[in-house]
Design a protein around this ligand. Structure first.
Ligand code: PLP
Length: 426
C-alpha cells in the first residue's frame, strides 16, 4: 500500500491492513517478546537472516505499522520510530558518523537539536559546523571537510521559522558525496515531502503535529532509499563493510535500499534502546488518521492570526512565511504551496517585559513548552526552551530575545484572535 494512494488515504489506511478475522483497528502489541517453535527459528532472527519479531527493543508490530504509515506519507522505503524527536535526530546522525567524523548543519534549528549537535555529540568526538541556511552554495560548501558525513537542516525551523531551500541543500550535499537529512516536523508530509526535492533522509518529532493532541513524545526516521552509500563506500564503512556483530554481514549488500534503517535498528536500537512504546505509537496512529484534516485548519487559522497581528499597532514585527512581505514567502510558496504550518513568531513594541505581560494575560491560549497541537499555545523561547543559549547563540539560532512563539491551534480563528486582542489591550 504505497505510491498509488493520495496522502489523505494513506493517513487513514496505510500501515495496517488486517487479514481475515483480524482487528480492524491497529492493535497495541503490548508484549516485550514473541514466541517461536524452535530454537533454530529464533537463531535465524538473531543473525538477521530472517525478519520477524523477537524483542520489542528491536521491533514491535504496532510500532512497525505506524512507521510504515509515515514512510508511505513521506514517500520513503523504510522508517523507524524512536522514543522522541531528540532520539531520532541523534540516531539519524550517529548511524553514519563516529568519533573523528564531522557534519555540516544549518544554524536555524530547534534549540534541543542545536545543543545535541553542538555540545553533546562533540563529547562523543563528532564535530559539527553550523552554517547560515541563507548562505551561498560556495560558502556552505566551504564548511565541508574530508571527514564530513552529512548535511542537516529543518524544513521550517523551530522557532525562528526560516524556510530551508531544500534543493540548494541537496545539491550541496550531493556534490560533496553525503546525504541531506531534513527535519520535517513543522510542515509534516501533508505540506512538504522533502524527498521530492532531493533530501535523502527525513526525521520527525512526532510529538508535534503528527500526534497532534499532545499525548505522546516520539520521533521517526524515514529513509528515501535514494542515497547510493556504496558509491561513497570509503565515507560510510558502517554501512558498506562487514558488521562483525552479525557474522560479517554488510548492510548495503544484504538489505539494499533498507540498509540505513536496518542498521539503525540492528545496531543503534539494540545498543541504545530509545524505543517508542507500543501504547504511544497507537496514540500517534490515531493522530495520523486526521493529520490531513488538521494541517489545513492550522494553516488557515495561522494565516488569519498573522494578518491580524501584522496590522496591529502594538506589534513590532511578525514572522510567518505565509505573509507576502516575509523573507521566506517565495521559498514557502515553492516548497509548501498548500500552507506551511500553524506556528507564528512575533515581538511586541516595548520588548521582553511587555511580551511576558501579554502572555500572562491570555485566557484559553495556554503558556506551555509544547508546540504544534490542536490547542493554541504560546512560549517565550528566550526565557523557556532556549534558556541555555547565550544571546549570541540565540541570534545565531535566529531567536530574538523578544520573540513570542504562538502555535495556532484548530479552534475557531475569530476566538483565537479575540483572546490575543484582549491580552494585547490588557
Ligand atoms: C520538538 C522538536 C524536536 C525534538 O523533539 P522531541 O520529540 O521533543 O524530542 C526536534 N526537532 C524539531 C523541529 C522540533 O520541533
Amino acid at each position: 500500500m504505497a505510491k498509488q494512494f493520495k496522502p489523505e488515504t494513506l493517513c487513514v489506511q496505510a500501515g495496517w491492513t488486517p487479514k481475515k478475522g483480524e482487528p480492524r483497528v491497529l492493535p497495541i502489541y503490548q508484549s516485550t517478546t514473541f514466541k517461536y517453535d524452535t530454537s533454530e527459528q529464533m537463531a535465524r532472527l538473531f543473525d538477521l537472516e530472517e525478519s520477524g519479531y523477537f524483542y520489542t527493543r528491536l521491533q514491535n508490530p504496532t510500532n512497525d505499522a505506524v512507521a510504515a504509515k509515515i514512510a508511505a506519507l513521506e514517500g520513503g522505503v523504510a522508517a523507524m520510530l524512536t522514543s522522541s524527536g531528540q532520539a531520532a535526530n541523534f540516531y539519524a546522525i550517529f548511524n553514519i558518523c563516529q568519533a573523528g567524523d564531522h557534519f555540516v548543519c544549518s544554524s536555524a534549528i530547534y534549540g534541543g537539536t542545536f545543543n545535541l549537535f553542538g555540545v553533546t555529540m562533540k563529547k562523543l568526538g563528532i564535530d559539527v559546523t553550523f552554517v547560515s541556511p541563507d548562505a551561498s552554495e560556495e560558502e556552505i560548501s566551504a564548511a565541508f571537510q574530508p571527514n564530513t558525513k552529512a548535511l542537516f537542516g529543518e524544513t521550517i525551523s523551530n522557532p525562528s521559522l526560516e524556510v530551508l531551500d531544500i534543493e540548494k541543500f541537496a545539491r550541496i550535499a550531493h556534490s560533496n558525496g553525503v546525504p541531506l537529512i531534513v527535519d520535517n516536523t513543522f510542515p509534516t508530509p501533508i505540506n512538504c515531502r522533502p524527498f521530492e526535492w532531493g533530501a535523502d533522509i527525513v526525521v520527525h518529532s512526532t510529538t508535534k503535529y503528527m500526534d497532534g493532541h499532545a499525548t505522546s513524545v516520539g520521533g521517526c526516521i524515514v529513509d528515501s532509499g535514494n542515497f547510493d552509500w556504496d558509491a561513497h563506500a570509503e565515507k560510510f564503512p558502517g554501512l558498506c563493510t562487514p558488521d562483525e556483530s552479525y557474522h560479517g554481514l554488510t548492510y548495503t549488500k544484504a538489505f539494499g535500499k533498507g540498509a540505513y534503517i536496518t542498521k539503525a535498528t540492528a545496531q543503534l536500537m539494540r545498543d541504545l534502546g530509545s524505543i517508542q512504546s507500543p501504547q504511544n505509537s497507537f496514540l500517534l496512529n490515531l493522530g495520523l488518521e486526521t493529520l490531513h484534516l488538521r494541517m489545513p485548519q492550522h494553516c488557515r487559522n495561522a494565516q488569519k492570526v498573522a494578518e491580524f497581528l501584522s496590522k496591529n499597532e502594538k506589534v513590532a514585527w511578525v514572522n510567518y512565511c505565509g505573509l507576502p512581505d516575509n523573507k521566506y514567502y517565495a521559498l514557502a510558496q515553492k516548497y509548501m504551496p498548500n500552507g506551511s504550518c500553524g506556528v507564528i513568531s512575533f515581538g511586541l513594541k516595548g520588548g521582553r517585559d511587555v511580551s511576558i505581560k501579554f502572555m500572562d494575560s491570555l485566557e484559553f491560549i495556554a503558556i506551555v513548552t509544547h508546540v504544534a497541537d490542536a490547542r493554541s499555545c504560546v512560549l517565550h523561547p528566550a526565557s523557556h526552551t532556549h534558556r541555555q543559549l547565550s544571546d549570541e547563540q540565540l541570534m545565531e539560532a535566529g531567536v530574538r530575545p523578544d520573540l513570542i512563539r504562538l502555535s495556532v491551534g484548530i479552534e475557531n480563528a475569530d476566538d483565537i484572535i479575540a483572546d490575543i486582542e484582549q491580552a494585547l489591550n490588557a
